[in-house]
Design a protein around this ligand. Structure first.
Ligand SMILES: [Zn+2]
Ligand SMILES: [Zn+2]
Length: 339
């Protein structure tokens, strides 16, 4: 089990459904066999890769039915408390209800210990400095690329993420890892081409806009969309996004439609971006279920990874942290790292 929130790096307490004394909030779906640990700070649902999936879920179900005190009851989801542990039991809910519980601020007042000041700050305030910090922790003046980015308030977290993992293992144009300059994340777009949706991003190594199958870049895109979407948690906003997905006939047709519009992430409407994030979570988690939840949950896989150490990636990281947004046509490009 991972011990840090994938989205904000908060340590996640270990849990044992047989001993509900710890202050944790879990969400579980006894029908499909899914389990998430809810971060006490940013409230995002972290998929829990389980060795003993069904045993753990059975223990959750036992705890919920025998000792659970209902705090909030929805049509198909229930928030229960047993000791310090909170359980969100997911029934066979429709997208609208499930999304509301998972992505909106509706359950915040029931957080163990209440919605602390820290939670409200993390969720509602910009995490300045917008320019990020240097390798030595000194705030940096935001460079031009960030100033024009609508995601500048997320600069620090986006930088941390995109320096942790490239969008895809290899840029189709130069073969280096498809690293995305953090300030250029808003320029990533979906297109519809050939067999399915593809992601187009400008490679930080060769400067060429390259397309990779969405499936390849999905994990990093999901994580990045969670970062830039973290302040959009109004129940109406989430309902609007879920309605877009419903209107399109589901995640796949919605993402298809979005790909046809070829909009970059920074010019999509907020509700389209939230819907994309929800749709990608849905697709990934469905695939993980069809395979083996523990092996296939891609966020969990990145979460467990050490920093990506592929040739060239370390130089990219150093360049972004120390030198700002230089591109490889600048003097400090590292052609030696290309294959
Ligand atoms: Zn978190
Ligand atoms: Zn490239």
């Amino acid at each position: 089990m991972s011990s840090y929130c994938f989205f904000c790096d908060e340590p996640l307490a270990a849990f044992d459904p047989g001993d509900p004394s710890g202050e944790v909030r879990l969400a579980f779906d006894p029908h499909l066999g899914r389990l998430w640990q809810v971060c006490p700070r940013c409230t995002r649902w972290n998929p829990v890769p389980l060795e003993e999936r069904w045993e753990t879920l059975e223990a959750c179900e036992r705890l919920a039915t025998r000792r659970g005190r209902i705090l909030v009851e929805g049509e198909h989801l229930t928030l229960l408390a047993a000791g310090g542990t909170q359980l969100i039991r997911v029934g066979e809910a429709l997208r609208l209800e499930f999304s509301d519980w998972r992505y909106s601020r509706r359950l915040d007042p029931h957080l163990p210990g209440g919605p602390g000041l820290l939670t409200r700050m993390i969720l509602d305030l910009p995490e300045s400095p917008a320019g990020g910090v240097t390798f030595h922790g000194v705030p940096r003046f935001p460079d031009l690329a960030w100033i024009v980015s609508p995601f500048q308030e997320h600069a620090r977290l986006l930088t941390a993420l995109l320096l942790h993992a490239p969008l895809a293992d290899a840029c189709p144009s130069c073969g280096a890892p498809l690293a995305v300059e953090p300030a250029a994340f808003g320029g990533v777009r979906l297109i519809r081409e050939g067999a399915g949706p593809r992601l187009v991003a400008t490679c930080a190594f060769c400067g060429v806009a390259s397309a990779v199958p969405l499936r390849e870049g999905r994990a990093v895109l999901r994580a990045a969309l969670a970062v830039v979407g973290r302040s959009h948690r109004d129940p109406e906003e989430i309902a609007g996004a879920a309605t877009l997905l419903d209107g399109a006939g589901g995640a796949e047709p919605f993402i298809d439609e979005l790909g046809r519009s070829e909009l970059t992430l920074d010019v999509m409407d907020t509700d389209e971006r939230i819907a994309l994030a929800i749709g990608l979570d849905e697709e990934a988690e469905t695939e993980a279920l069809e395979a083996e939840w523990r092996e296939a949950e891609e966020l969990a896989a990145i979460m467990d990874d050490e920093l990506t150490e592929v040739p060239g990636f370390e130089e990219f990281r150093a360049r972004v942290l120390e030198g700002g947004q230089s591109f490889p046509d600048d003097a400090d490009a590292s052609p030696g790292t290309r294959p």
